[in-house]
Design a protein around this ligand. Structure first.
Ligand SMILES: NC(=O)c1ccc[n+]([C@@H]2O[C@H](COP(=O)([O-])OP(=O)(O)OC[C@H]3O[C@@H](n4cnc5c(N)ncnc54)[C@H](OP(=O)(O)O)[C@@H]3O)[C@@H](O)[C@H]2O)c1
Length: 349
């Protein structure tokens, strides 16, 4: 490649940032320009991220969004919500691309204020953001797209399973029940009581029942497939595992179709997709089968007794649920082969 793409990562010391770095650093078409840090400017990246010892020569730099943005072709933000506004503004000003792994551009202005408890400081830009799970929304990344709202981890696992069935008019949408399980890396790298080993080992608990911020994100972005109202009851659980999301989605049928016909809708939708695999009848998705990879495994079961349809999906929260998908989006934006840098098979066991 003649000219490398200049990339900067805000939040490179966090879990999703580290996953981004390890995949981008080894590419011959990418040059990492800046790794700004709020807590550790001046330190070696490898001091803060031990996996890069003797591999990385970068020094974390001061948090100066304008300076970093000016030097970059594309910026990734892997930051807590509310931290991306100034960076987005700078990207707009200097005509640079931004892929936000966080949640600052996934909801409309009022929804953001309600669910994140924060006024959006750059709400004019929300309409310019393209929310993109490539297998569902790739065609929305058009020439001129500069801001990508990378979808959340739970919403990715749920939409990949549900969207084709809502689009096909097969499933009821007014009372969808989503029961999801996540590994603790979903909570990020900062110290929290709930992610201490002694608190989470051999423990399972629900949290944010009906109030989790990913509920409105799923509803908003699934609404485009139907005129019926999409309503989701969402219950996430924290599991004693490092990575992985498993979602079990319950709904009922709108039409008289059998399980094979439902599975065929998913197979047809994803037949040309490398990253989404619809499993054979009776084979259930496992988080271990997608660990460390950008794959999503899906299956469906129609319970003849109750008439309920169960849709099951598994992803790695840090890859398809965050950084892998963000790189997939970057590859599309820059006209690079979509799989580049994320095509690896899962790690097993
Ligand atoms: N973890 C997941 O599975 C996952 C999946 C999808 C999306 N996301 C989203 O991606 C974003 C990053 O998640 P993460 O899990 O990578 O988080 P994380 O491990 O906590 O890392 C966040 C990084 O942001 C930087 N930062 C800058 N300002 C900060 C502030 N005011 N408070 C705390 N950190 C600040 C920190 O690095 P410096 O101090 O070096 O600047 C930190 O390393 C979040 O919005 C999250 O919701 C996470």
């Amino acid at each position: 490649m003649d000219k490398k793409i200049k990339v900067s990562l805000f939040g490179a010391t966090g879990y999703t940032g580290i996953e981004l770095y390890r995949r981008l650093k080894v590419r011959d078409d990418i040059e990492i320009i800046d790794l700004p840090s709020k807590s550790s400017p001046g330190k070696k990246y490898s001091e803060v991220v031990g996996t890069t010892f003797n591999l990385s020569d970068e020094i974390l730099v001061d948090w100066k969004p304008e300076e970093t943005v000016k030097k970059s072709d594309v910026v990734f933000t892997a930051l807590p919500h509310g931290e991306t506004f100034d960076i987005a503004k700078a990207c707009k000003t200097y005509g640079k691309k931004l892929i936000d792994i966080g949640a600052d551009y996934r909801l409309e202005k009022d929804g953001y204020a309600k669910w994140y408890g924060l006024e959006h400081r750059e709400s004019d830009l929300i309409d310019e953001a393209v929310y993109c799970i490539p297998e569902l929304h790739r065609n929305k990344l058009v020439e001129g797209t500069w801001l990508v709202a990378n979808p959340g981890c739970y919403p990715t696992s749920v939409q990949l399973g549900l969207a084709p069935l809502i689009e096909a008019g097969i499933v009821e949408t007014k009372n969808i029940i989503v029961d999801s399980k996540s590994g603790v890396s979903g909570a990020g790298r900062s110290l929290k009581l709930v992610t201490l080993y002694s608190e989470q080992n051999e423990n399972v608990n629900a949290y944010g029942v009906g109030t989790h911020r990913h509920k409105p994100e799923m509803e908003r972005h699934l609404q485009q497939y139907t005129d019926d109202k999409v309503k989701i009851m969402f219950t996430p659980h924290l599991m004693p595992m490092t990575r992985g999301i498993h979602s079990t989605i319950y709904t009922t049928l709108k039409r008289d179709v059998n399980e094979e016909q439902i599975r065929q809708v998913l197979i047809d939708k994803y037949k040309d997709e490398y990253f989404v695999k619809v499993l054979n009848k009776g084979v259930m998705p496992h988080t271990k089968w997608v660990y460390g990879s950008n794959f999503c495994h899906i299956n469906v079961v129609l319970d003849e007794d109750t008439g309920n349809l169960v849709i099951l999906s598994a992803i790695d929260n840090l890859v398809k649920g965050a950084s892998g998908q963000a790189i997939q989006n970057m590859n599309i934006l820059f006209g690079i082969e979509e799989k580049k840098g994320i095509e690896n098979y899962p790690i097993f066991p």
